[in-house]
Design a protein around this ligand. Sequence first.
Ligand code: V4E
Length: 223
Amino acid sequence: MSVEVERKFLCNADTLKTLEEIGAVCVGQRQFQDQYFDTPVFDLTLNDMWLRKRKGCWELKCPTTAVNGTEETSGEQSKAAALCSRYKEITNLPDIQLRVKEVIKEDVDSETTEKISSQEDESWLGIMNLVCFAEFTTVRRSFTLEEEGVQIDLDQADFGYHVGEIEVLIPEGGDVQSALEKIERTAQKLGLTGHQRVEGKMHIYLKRNRPEHYEKLLSAHVL
Ligand code: V4E
């Protein structure tokens, strides 16, 4: 299991030029479709849990709990950290099903979930009352900064939203503080000056396409 620490940023006409100037290396462009799932009463997303299928693989993003001794200490550090999000990424399907089962209110016996952990068999979605609430395609250009262990993604979603993210992956229980510092140094190199959190693709998608779901998440302070 890994933890993704990331900061989103708004792209502009100079972003590509700046990436080149700071020595970022383009490691490729790919396109993928994401489908996100939740119960009709939003049990998962109201708990800030994001279940998705991308390129035939399941992923669950869950909030992390703070790790002792590795959290930011100064005012400036906490301001920078507030612009970042941290999520645990679970990619093993039986682990995903277990975690989902803990959160949803459906009564699903363990024998049932044991039988349905193949990537192709999607009957577990119906059993757990999960339906697709968002579906969109992203074209992503990825860049690395070799010396920093940092990845920078420029995403263009098919509903007309362009967003960048600076991302560091660490093992669970790894050094969050060091990941935050890498992100902050990269943000400075990119000349990012804003102190506002930038909205992700899902934020814009829900606002435009699922207003009821969007309002529920805003009220619950998930978005
Ligand atoms: C965690 C989350 C969502 C799931 C999608 O996460 P995100 O990182 O935005 O998508 P993407 O396509 O870049 O995934 P990757 O390829 O990096 O794995 S949707 C909403 N959230 C919560 C959330 C939040 N509250 N604030 C911010 C800035 N981002 C995400």
